[in-house]
Design a protein around this ligand. Structure first.
Ligand SMILES: Cc1cc2nc3c(=O)[nH]c(=O)nc-3n(C[C@H](O)[C@H](O)[C@H](O)COP(=O)(O)O)c2cc1C
Length: 222
């Protein structure tokens, strides 16, 4: 199922839905695949509205079109996960009860398009628009010790600055000894693009989605 299928899919309850936004950047599709599983996990609870948004590559189109392999990947990604302009993604952030951010690991840090999104949130920051929102992060990396944890933690810095309340993955999720970290789900994908996702990765990603949904539901009804 495509991630966009989750948009506006509500239960029959009259109760106001708990709104969760998943925002990710992905060049090869590995982080994108995690976003899908996190959405599935959140949807295990009733009356949860999940919206998934992909941030586009931040390089000029001619750079992508000069590279046939990148062009093919970019076309596949655009078909499967359409993008919104970054300003529109930023505008959507405050309309949600929880926001989960995903980025590939790049030199032990988040990818530039994700950082660029944060750098466009000054108005939200000065207005305190994200204060009290629940948040979480996820990443994918090529190698086991390639900086997945530093990426997850550094993705949290702007979230703390915005006053968000952060959630990780507890060790009660047994697969956490095989995949990800307490700071958030992480896939190890090697050098190849768009690897098949492992069962342990799915379990940890779904556990995060479900946990964010559970905590957010309790938090907004308290
Ligand atoms: C510029 C660049 C820097 C990267 N830095 C790291 C790194 O520090 N550690 C690592 O394990 N993988 C690194 N990678 C590999 C990416 O993390 C990997 O390709 C990514 O997780 C794939 O995610 P995606 O399919 O969502 O784009 C890097 C890739 C690129 C292009």
């Amino acid at each position: 199922m495509l991630v966009v299928d989750f948009v506006h899919k509500l239960s029959n309850s009259d109760e106001k839905p708990t709104k969760i936004l998943i925002v990710f950047y992905s060049r090869y599709g590995n982080t994108a695949r995690m976003a899908e599983e996190i959405a599935y996990g959140a949807k295990e609870l009733s009356n949860i509205q999940v919206t998934v948004r992909r941030i586009a590559d931040n390089v000029p189109m001619e750079v992508i079109s000069n590279d046939p392999a990148w062009t093919k990947i970019a076309e596949d990604m655009n078909d499967r996960y359409p993008t919104l302009p970054i300003e529109d993604v930023i505008k959507e952030l405050p309309n949600n009860d929880a926001i989960i951010f995903g980025s590939p690991t790049r030199f032990g840090n988040m990818a530039a398009p994700m950082k660029s999104m944060w750098d466009g949130t000054t108005e939200l920051w000065t207005n305190g628009s994200l204060v009290g929102k629940i948040g979480a992060v996820f990443t994918s990396a090529a190698s086991v010790h390639g900086g997945q944890e530093t990426t997850a933690v550094s993705m949290m810095f702007p979230m703390f600055h915005h006053g968000m309340i952060l959630i990780g993955v507890p060790y009660s999720v047994e697969e956490l000894t095989e995949s990800g970290s307490p700071y958030g789900p992480c896939r190890i994908v090697g050098r190849l693009a768009n690897q098949e996702i492992e069962q342990a990765d799915i379990k940890v990603a779904r556990a995060l989605g479900r946990r964010v949904a559970e905590v957010t539901k309790k938090f907004i009804s308290a």
